[in-house]
Design a protein around this ligand. Structure first.
Ligand SMILES: Nc1nc2c(c(=O)[nH]1)N[C@H]1C(S)=C(S)[C@@H](COP(=O)(O)OP(=O)(O)OC[C@H]3O[C@@H](n4cnc5c(=O)[nH]c(N)nc54)[C@H](O)[C@@H]3O)O[C@H]1N2
Ligand SMILES: Nc1nc2c(c(=O)[nH]1)N[C@H]1C(S)=C(S)[C@@H](COP(=O)(O)OP(=O)(O)OC[C@H]3O[C@@H](n4cnc5c(=O)[nH]c(N)nc54)[C@H](O)[C@@H]3O)O[C@H]1N2
Ligand code: SF4
Ligand SMILES: [Mo]
Length: 701
C-alpha cells in the first residue's frame, strides 16, 4: 500500500493565485484544501480550485491530436499534425501574404507559464499583423491608460486594499470574480477587514452584487455612465481645492488641463444621466479626498464600456490628485521576483498604441494586436489582406467575443484553422486540426503575470503533480515545435531554464532566487509588502506622469457629443440595458464540464427587477426572448431586486447548445450565450475594446 502524499501548488484558474495543499495517492487526488503556509493566500481558496481534480479526470479532455475529415474527427499522430499545420501556414502565407494567417490568444494563456514564454516567439515567427487576444474584450483600457500616463503598458496601479481606509469599487465584483488586475486571495474578507478597521467600501454597480452585499454602501448607476461619474467626482474635488504637495508633485504634468476640463461636469449637470443623486456624488468625492488614505478601483464593468479608456484614465487621475498614487493605502506598484515591467522598461519595450490600423474597421493596433471585435469581419471581408487561416490558442471567441454568431460564420469560411485547446468546444469544432495540451495539475507553474499584479510581493513555483501521458504535450512544447518549424531554428531551453535566467535579474539579489530554491520552498517565499517606487519607474520620454494625455482629452469630445445626445428613439425600440455577471463557480466559458462546479440550480438566467417584471406581467422562471440588433436568445427569468430597473443581467460563457462539441456535462447545462446579443460594432472607439456593458435589448414574452 502506498501512502498519501502532499503536493503544494498555486491554483492557476483565476487571478487570485491561491496556494493549494493537495493530498494524492498515485495518480488520484484525494483532497484539495487551502495552503495556510502560502505567504499570499494564507489558506484561502474558493470552490473552483477543487475542480482541478475534475479537469484532470475529465473523460472529454482531448489527449491526442484530431483532424476533421468528411467522416468526422480522426485521431492522428503528432508528427502528422505538426506536418500539416506547418504546410498550411507556409502555403497560405506564400499564396496570400503573411497577414493571411491570424492568431487569437485566449485568457488561459496568461495563467500558463509555458504559453507566456513560448507564445511570443511563436507569434513573432508568423510575421503577421493579424494578431488578436482576449485583452481587447477585457482590460485593454487599463494598458492604454498606463502606457500614456506612466509610460509602460504593464505599470498598472494595484489598490492597496489591506491598508486603505476608503475603497471605491466601480464595475468590479470581486465577491464572485475573486479580483482582477488585483491579485488578492480572499478579497471578500479583505473588504470586511477595511470596515472592521473603521474604513469604508463604496460599490457602484447597476446590480446589487455579491460585493455590494459586503460593502458599506452600494449605489446603483446607469450602465455606461461611469466616465461622467468620475468627471463629476474630479469636479467636486478640484472645486474644494487641493494644494497639498506630494512626493509625486515634481513629476506630474497636465494638472491644470484636467482641472479646467472638469469644471464642465458638475454633479448637478450629470446626476440625472448617471442615475446617482448629485448630493451622493458630492459626498463620495469629499469622503474620498478627506480619508487618510483612499483608492478607486474599476475593472471589467468599466473597461468594457463605450468610454472604457476615459474611465481607466480618470480612475488614475482621481488616485493621483488626492495624493493616493504610489502611497501605502492608495494605489501602488509591485516589485515581483521576476520583474517584467522593470526588465522591459529599461530596454524601452514599454508597449505601443495605434502604430497602424485594422483593414476593415480602421481600429487601432495595441502592442502588435488588433481588437477582437473586428476579427470576424477581417475573415469575412474579401480583398487584399483577408484572413484565410486562423490559429486559436486557449481561446473560445465563439462564446467570448462580441457577436458570436458572426464569429461562427467567419470561422466556417476559413481555408484552414488550428486550435490549441483541451476540448472540442464551440470554437475548436471549426478547426481542421486540434492540438491538445496538458492542463492544471500536469503542468509546471510560475506566475509571470499575476505576481506582477498582486497586493504583496511573493514568489512561488508549482512543480508538475501528475506526469503527463507519453503522448501528451504541454502548451509550450507545441508552441516551440511550431516556432522551430517556421523559423528553422532550434530552441532547446525549457521553461525551467528560462525562469532561472530571469531570476538572475531579480531585484531580490539577497534572496538568491532560483528554480531550485523555489522547489525547496514549495509554499512560496515572502518578499514583503508593496513599497512606493513609481518615481524610479516612470518610463515616459520626459520622465513625467502625464495626468492629461492628449488622446483622452480628445476623446472627451466624443463623450460630450454622445452622452448628452437624445437616446429616446433607441430606448423606445430597445428599452433595456444588458450587463453580464460572473458566478463563483463559473470560469468564463470553459469550466462547465466539471461535475463539482455544475451542481446546484441553473445559473444561466436573465435577472430582472420585480418592477420591470410586473410591468411586463412576467413571472419568475418564465422563459422570455431577449432581442438586440444582432440576434436573439431565449432564457428563463429570475426576478431579482438586485437589478436596477431597466437593466437586465445574463452571465457570459454559456451557450453550449451548438452541435458538434464534446463537452457532455456542459452540453447538458447549455444555457445561451450573451454574446449572441452583443454587437461587434459597439466598441470603445478610442481603445478598440469591446463594449459589452449596456447592450440595448428588448424582451418578448
Ligand atoms: N459578454 C461578455 N463577454 C466576455 C466577458 C464578459 O464579461 N461579458 N468577459 C471577457 C473576458 S474578461 C475574457 S478574459 C474573455 C475570455 O475569452 P477567451 O479566452 O476566448 O475564452 P475562455 O472562456 O477563457 O476560453 C478558454 C479556452 O482555453 C481552453 N483551455 C483551458 N485551459 C487551457 C490550457 O491550459 N491550454 C490550452 N491550450 N487551452 C486551454 C478552454 O478549453 C477554452 O477553449 O471573455 C470575454 N468575453
Ligand atoms: N468565478 C469567476 N471568477 C472569474 C472569472 C469568471 O468567469 N468566474 N473570470 C475572470 C476574468 S477573465 C476576469 S477579467 C475577472 C473580472 O473580474 P471583475 O471585473 O470583478 O468582473 P465581473 O464579476 O464581471 O464584474 C463586473 C461588474 O461590473 C458591473 N457592471 C456592468 N456594467 C457596469 C457599468 O456600466 N458600470 C458599473 N459601475 N458597473 C458595471 C457588473 O454588474 C459586475 O458586477 O474575473 C476573473 N475571475
Ligand atoms: S480564487 Fe481563483 S486562484 Fe483561488 S482557488 Fe479560486 S479559482 Fe483558484
Ligand atoms: Mo478576463
Amino acid at each position: 500500500m502506498l501512502d498519501n502524499k502532499i503536493h503544494y501548488r498555486t491554483c492557476n484558474l483565476c487571478e487570485a493565485m491561491c496556494g493549494l495543499e493537495i493530498t494524492y495517492k498515485e495518480k488520484k487526488v484525494i483532497s484539495i484544501v487551502g495552503d495556510k503556509k502560502d505567504p499570499l493566500s494564507k489558506g484561502f481558496i474558493c470552490p473552483k480550485s477543487l475542480a482541478l481534480k475534475d479537469l484532470y479526470e475529465d473523460p472529454d479532455r482531448l489527449k491526442t491530436p484530431i483532424k476533421r475529415t468528411e467522416n468526422g474527427w480522426q485521431e492522428i499522430s503528432w508528427t502528422e499534425a505538426f506536418d500539416e499545420v506547418e504546410i498550411q501556414i507556409k502555403k497560405i502565407q506564400e499564396k496570400y501574404g503573411n497577414n493571411a494567417v491570424a492568431t487569437y490568444q485566449g485568457n488561459p494563456n496568461v495563467h500558463n507559464v509555458g504559453s507566456m514564454l513560448y507564445g511570443g516567439p511563436f507569434l513573432k515567427s508568423l510575421k503577421t499583423k493579424q494578431k488578436y487576444s482576449a485583452t481587447s474584450a477585457d482590460q485593454l483600457p487599463h494598458h492604454i491608460a498606463s502606457l500614456k500616463m506612466f509610460g509602460h503598458q504593464m505599470l498598472i496601479p494595484i489598490p492597496d486594499i489591506e491598508r486603505t481606509d476608503y475603497l471605491l469599487i466601480l464595475g468590479a465584483n470581486p465577491g464572485a470574480s475573486n479580483g482582477s488586475l488585483l491579485t488578492a486571495p480572499g478579497f471578500p474578507q479583505k473588504i470586511k477587514s477595511i470596515q472592521k478597521r473603521g474604513g469604508k467600501v463604496i460599490n457602484i454597480d447597476p446590480r446589487f452584487t455579491e460585493t455590494s452585499k459586503i460593502s458599506s454602501q452600494h449605489l446603483y448607476i446607469n450602465p455606461g455612465k461611469d466616465a461622467l461619474f468620475l468627471l463629476s467626482l474630479l469636479h467636486v474635488i478640484f472645486d474644494q481645492g487641493i494644494e497639498e504637495k506630494t512626493h509625486l508633485s515634481n513629476y506630474l504634468k497636465g494638472l491644470e488641463e484636467i482641472k479646467e476640463i472638469v469644471k464642465e461636469y458638475s454633479p448637478k449637470k450629470t446626476a440625472l444621466l448617471i442615475g446617482i443623486d448629485s448630493l451622493e456624488i458630492q459626498k463620495i468625492a469629499k469622503d474620498f479626498m478627506n480619508s487618510k488614505t483612499a483608492v478607486c478601483y474599476g475593472r471589467m464593468g468599466v473597461s468594457t464600456q463605450e468610454y472604457g479608456g476615459i474611465c481607466q484614465w480618470l480612475i488614475n487621475v482621481l488616485n493621483i490628485i488626492t495624493n493616493n498614487m504610489d502611497k501605502v493605502g492608495g494605489a501602488m506598484f509591485t516589485k515581483p521576483a521576476i520583474d517584467l515591467v522593470y526588465m522591459t522598461g529599461i530596454q524601452g519595450k514599454v508597449g505601443n498604441f495605434d502604430r497602424y490600423r485594422s483593414r476593415v474597421h480602421n481600429l487601432p493596433e495595441y502592442s502588435g494586436e488588433l481588437p477582437v471585435a473586428t476579427l470576424a469581419d477581417e475573415i469575412l471581408t474579401e480583398g487584399e489582406g483577408q484572413i484565410k487561416m486562423f490559429i486559436c490558442t486557449a481561446g473560445n471567441p465563439v462564446l467570448s467575443a462580441p457577436n458570436g454568431k458572426k464569429m461562427e460564420k467567419a470561422l466556417e469560411k476559413l481555408d484552414f484553422m488550428v486550435s490549441i485547446d483541451i476540448y472540442l468546444n464551440e470554437t475548436s469544432k471549426y478547426a481542421n486540426i486540434i492540438l491538445p495540451t496538458t492542463n492544471g495539475l500536469e503542468t509546471l507553474h510560475y506566475d509571470l503575470v499575476f505576481h506582477q499584479l498582486a497586493i504583496r510581493n511573493t514568489a512561488k513555483l508549482s512543480e508538475v503533480l501528475f506526469e503527463k501521458d507519453e503522448n501528451q504535450k504541454h502548451d509550450w512544447e507545441i508552441l516551440n515545435e511550431l516556432t522551430e518549424r517556421i523559423t528553422e531554428k532550434k530552441n532547446s531551453l525549457t521553461p525551467e531554464m528560462m525562469l532561472d535566467n530571469m531570476f538572475q535579474y531579480s531585484p531580490y539579489k539577497e534572496a538568491n532566487l532560483s528554480v531550485n530554491k523555489l522547489k525547496e520552498n514549495p509554499n512560496g517565499i515572502d518578499l514583503g509588502s508593496l513599497q512606493p517606487l513609481l518615481i524610479k519607474r516612470i518610463f515616459t520620454v520626459d520622465k513625467k506622469i502625464n495626468v492629461s494625455p492628449q488622446i483622452f482629452i480628445d476623446d472627451l469630445k466624443r463623450l460630450d457629443k454622445e452622452l448628452y445626445k437624445d437616446t429616446k428613439e433607441e430606448e423606445t425600440k430597445y428599452p433595456f440595458a444588458l450587463i453580464g455577471r460572473r458566478h463563483l463557480r463559473n470560469n468564463n466559458s470553459w469550466m462547465h464540464n466539471s461535475k463539482l462546479l455544475m451542481k446546484g440550480k441553473n445559473r444561466c438566467t436573465v435577472l430582472m427587477s420585480s418592477k420591470d417584471a410586473n410591468n411586463l406581467s412576467i413571472t419568475d422562471h418564465q422563459k422570455i426572448k431577449i432581442i438586440s440588433n444582432v440576434g436573439s436568445i431565449e432564457l428563463p427569468v429570475e426576478i431579482s431586486d438586485e437589478m436596477k430597473e431597466g437593466v437586465l443581467s445574463i452571465p457570459h460563457g454559456f451557450g453550449h447548445n451548438r452541435n458538434g462539441t464534446k463537452i457532455k456535462l456542459a452540453e447538458e447545462n447549455a444555457g445561451e450565450s450573451i454574446n449572441d446579443l452583443t454587437d461587434d460594432n459597439k466598441i470603445d472607439k478610442l481603445t478598440g475594446n469591446a463594449n459589452f456593458s449596456g447592450t440595448r435589448v428588448k424582451v418578448i414574452t
